[in-house]
Write a protein that binds this ligand. Structure first.
Ligand SMILES: [Zn+2]
Length: 248
């Protein structure tokens, strides 16, 4: 199933006994939907594309701005005003022409979001607003598609995995009530550059673990990073039996 080119390109991870050729073949067969092509979406797309995820769809309706370049490492100064999704997809193709990358230069919602999620093996949430996060969580629970969630602001980051194929897994809504959450975005509160790389890289790693079945994904666990103190805390997450999204 893997060509000689692929065996050589991915040899450094195929060499890992627990991952091996079977892990690589699972990556090749996977279809990953990445929502958001910003600070988190850049490292997620670059790593998953380079590592050989067979089909990637990158979704973002924003254009590249000067203030993005401090942390959104998929982009260059010559691309200001151009589409984030399209430029990031092109960058992944230049790194790895063996994977199929498509860009959606739009904000996905409603039926279009539900369809895109249902077609995916796994979804990575790299967005920065609560409305999209909740809509994405509902779509993932409905389609039973695992969701790798990440967030970064100022010097603080969070990451977890919600896998509604598992009865014990909480969903994003179990953790956060839908009302009363204010959007606090990086454009208002700021963010230190490498933090988005740390959280985005961890999201890419979790995606590879869930797809390959190797290792222990962050299901039922929330990791919280204080980058200024360089401390990671782990919180156990339980499923909310009265959650309106994933229970009943
Ligand atoms: Zn829930």
């Amino acid at each position: 199933m893997l060509s000689d080119d692929e065996l050589l390109r991915y040899s450094r991870q195929i060499l890992i006994p627990r991952f091996d050729i079977s892990g690589q073949e699972k990556l090749k067969s996977a279809r990953v939907l990445v929502l958001g092509a910003g600070g988190l979406g850049c490292p997620v797309a670059l790593y998953l594309g380079a590592a050989g995820v067979g089909t990637l769809t990158l979704v973002d309706d924003d254009d590249i701005e000067l203030a993005n370049l401090q942390r959104q490492i998929g982009f260059e100064s010559g691309q200001l005003g151009e589409s984030k999704a399209e430029n990031l997809a092109e960058r992944v193709r230049r790194i790895n022409p063996l994977v199929c990358v498509s860009a959606l230069n739009q904000r996905l919602g409603g039926d279009a979001l539900a369809r895109a999620v249902a077609e995916a093996t796994l979804v990575v949430d790299c967005t920065d607003n609560f409305n999209t996060r909740f809509a994405l969580n509902r779509a993932c629970v409905a389609a039973k598609v695992p969701l790798v969630s990440g967030a970064a602001i100022r010097g603080e980051g969070q990451i977890s995995v919600y896998d509604s194929r598992l009865n014990s897994s909480p969903c994003y809504h179990c953790l956060y009530p839908e009302q009363g959450n204010e959007d606090l975005t990086c454009s208002e509160a700021g963010v230190i550059a490498p933090l988005v790389g740390m959280i985005g890289s961890a999201q890419a790693m979790e995606a590879i673990k869930v797809i390959s079945g190797v290792g222990t994904p962050l299901v039922g666990r929330l990791l919280i990073l204080d980058a200024w103190e360089m401390q990671w805390r782990e919180m156990k997450l339980a499923r909310d039996p009265s959650c309106p999204v994933c229970s009943g």
